[in-house]
Design a protein. Sequence first.
Lengths: 258, 293
Amino acid sequence: MNEVETQNKVKIHTKNLDLFYGDVHALKDVNLDIQSHNVTALIGPSGCGKSTYLKTLNRMNDTIDGVKITGDVFLDNENVYGKGVDVTILRKKVGMVFQSPNPFPMSIYDNITYGPRMHGVKKRIELDEIVEKSLKGAAIWDEVKDRMKKSALSLSGGQQQRLCIARALATQPDVLLMDEPTSALDPISTTKIEELIAELKKNYSIVIVTHNMQQAARISDDTAFFLLGELIENHKTETIFSSPQDKRTEDYITGRFG
Amino acid sequence: MSDKLSNDVAITDRKKRPFEKLFYSVIYLLSGCVLALVIYFIAIILIRGLPALSLSFLTSAPNPIQQTIGIFPSIVNTLYIIFFTLLCCIPIGVGGAIYLNEYAKNKRLVSAIEFATETLSGVPSILYGVFGYVVFCLLFGFKVSLIAGILTLTIMVLPIMIRTTQEALKSVPVSYREGALGMGATKWYMVRTILLPSSLKGILTGIILSIGRMVSESAALLLTAGGSAMYMPKGSLWDQLSSSGSTLSVELYRYAYSRGDNETAFGIAAVLILIVILLNLLTRFIAGRLNTQ
Ligand SMILES: Nc1ncnc2c1ncn2[C@@H]1O[C@H](COP(=O)(O)OP(=O)(O)OP(=O)(O)O)[C@@H](O)[C@H]1O
Ligand SMILES: [Mg+2]
């Protein structure tokens, strides 16, 4: 595939998506395309539905009681909410890093190999290789390489978040959903993660939620602005930041509210 | 502004907190009392009981002709009952708790079942005895036998297993579940690899409580498993399980109450306490081994 083709391919297509948590209308008629091999940033004030939208992409909202979803999400032209969908395959393809770090109460090594083992990787050499590659990818290898057998819960908050990124990479997803992955990180780790994202986008499609406007501007190709459950506008990131179409977007990114 | 909030005070100027001191003293005193009671209790039993123990007491059956007393048959009965009851109630109890907590969709039904288990764990054991007698001994035709006793005790300790396992499962953070499911784990894989290992401690507590309940049970077993153990165990395992037999607690009751033979009763009590301590250590050991795997 040549450069132009890969850049214009739609990876995820969201159509008329509505989501209710009981009576709370958390997503209102959202229509959004996520490009393949791109970084798409979701921005918007707290509580506007960014995490909720992210979770509709790998159906992590299914597990919550009282959620009602209408509309469609297509991943490579397959309907994520269609009949006969195996969510385990969907979630293998669409990996996720959660807003707060959630390492499992087991060793660092076992955390990383959890996904690969589950999907049938058994050979020790292969697992070792995946572990090293994922941890290096998430910029945490040097800090943990001598303590693989130690509990992941003994890591600092920022290290835990990078471990979770490594854990998500280890299952080799197609799409990576990241919910504020750097909000608990120091500037150095943040830079490393941002570099990692730039690197990952060659092979993955990335959707990232961030409250940091500079970060969104730095790392994303497309940006989508949400407000109170609505998608206000989405464009190339340059366009959003240089000439937003909607007054509310402008107000938000210039820090006038939110 | 209240001057209680004034910062015009040195941090070394310790406040007097008489109430706190009193509170701590009371707590220490009470814990001391509890500890002393437990030690006194165990000491009395061991001091009075251990002298009654002898090799023949531990390894023989009662012999009315030679007028000797032996508790080997009831030791074996007690261990059988503990082992086989656990064998029945751990899978059902843990499985039931997993179902109620993780799979059941109908919340109303779940709270109804939870209410029922809670109520059942408070029902006097003699009622289980009557139920077990009618259902297992008569209806199922097991007669008065160890099997009937095992089934009765299974029903009796099941609520304990379910409750403790449920509590343990509830204390596992939602974020662990999300993490596993988010990587494409099936629910059962998540339960096996995340939930069960994390709630092992709680399940262990359930097992230890259950063992305690079984060992101390007399009323329910008297009705379903039998009131005496006169003969050395013989025949196949099935033969042994389908014949009647008393456990140590039942024997203890018989010697202390019907015969007024306190020496023997204390001897049995000492054996019981040792068995309970050993089983608790064993359970911990096994759980520890499982945990490191
Ligand atoms: N499990 C839930 N049950 C009920 N309401 C929920 C639930 N999760 C989220 N909501 C509601 O849905 C709305 C969107 O929440 P969401 O978590 O998607 O916001 P967000 O944009 O990610 O915010 P933040 O930037 O603070 O993370 C909020 O009003 C929130 O209260
Ligand atoms: Mg969020």
